[in-house]
Design a binder for this molecule. Structure first.
Ligand SMILES: [Zn+2]
Length: 96
């Protein structure tokens, strides 16, 4: 699994989109339009290079995926977050 900083301001958090959905049929809920902070690329035999985008808040909930499945990614996420946060010297609240 690879965690990258998302730099596309038009790329919104997948989890927020899933959580808030659309209003009036085809417009995103205002809370769903949240710029993604992380670009997460999962590489596994089952899910090759699956890409998801998350804001900081949703990254804390990354192990509970929007499709309802539970992934024991916490250790990987923690390692990724810590390495990125350390390298970039980010002042972020990391999930425990
Ligand atoms: Zn989010």
């Amino acid at each position: 699994m690879t965690l990258l900083r998302n730099t596309n301001k038009d790329q919104w958090c997948d989890y927020c989109k899933q959580k808030w959905g659309t209003v009036k049929g085809n417009q995103w809920h205002p809370n769903a339009m949240k710029m993604a902070y992380w670009k997460c690329i999962s590489a596994s035999p089952m899910r090759r290079n699956q890409v998801r985008f998350y804001c900081l808040e949703c990254a804390a909930d990354l192990q509970n995926w929007p499709d309802g499945q539970f992934y024991s990614l916490k250790e990987q996420l923690m390692d990724g977050l810590h390495s990125v946060a350390t390298r970039e010297q980010l002042n972020v609240e990391l999930p425990r």
